[in-house]
Write a protein that binds this ligand. Sequence first.
Ligand code: CU
Length: 160
Amino acid sequence: MKSTKKLLTILFMLPMLLLFTQQGTADDADVKVIEMEGTNQLDFTVTEIEVRPGQKVKVKLKTVSDFPKAAMAHNFVLLTADADASAVAVASAKASDNEYIAPEMEDQILAKTGLAGGGETVEVTFTAPEEPGTYEYICTFPGHYSGGMKGTLTVKKQAT
Ligand SMILES: [Cu+2]
């Protein structure tokens, strides 16, 4: 009698265990995909991103332009909370041999793509910071940050 009850309990719990396991898998695959374009007007078409702490994020950036890549290309560079965006942009604008990323500024960079010329798409997958707050992202192609090419990634617990 007792063992039957035990067996029933186990049988009852099995589906729940499976459910939990499946949910775990679903969470791992829960990547927030952000698709945006970079324009000749030096804009990201998405300037505000909201994510949960530690969420996996994939940013895809496509450059829409007919100009040659040397004249018009974009990247997505996510900065640390206390980064000096202007300093990163100014230094990186000189790093033409390193896809416009100044090596000495890497400690202020959380995630970055390569450069996308017209018609090209670049992407990066990263884990959002655990610390709630606002993180700026910029394009480090010369003149683009000062031309207004930036946006903010907000980490908050109730992000949608
Ligand atoms: Cu740009």
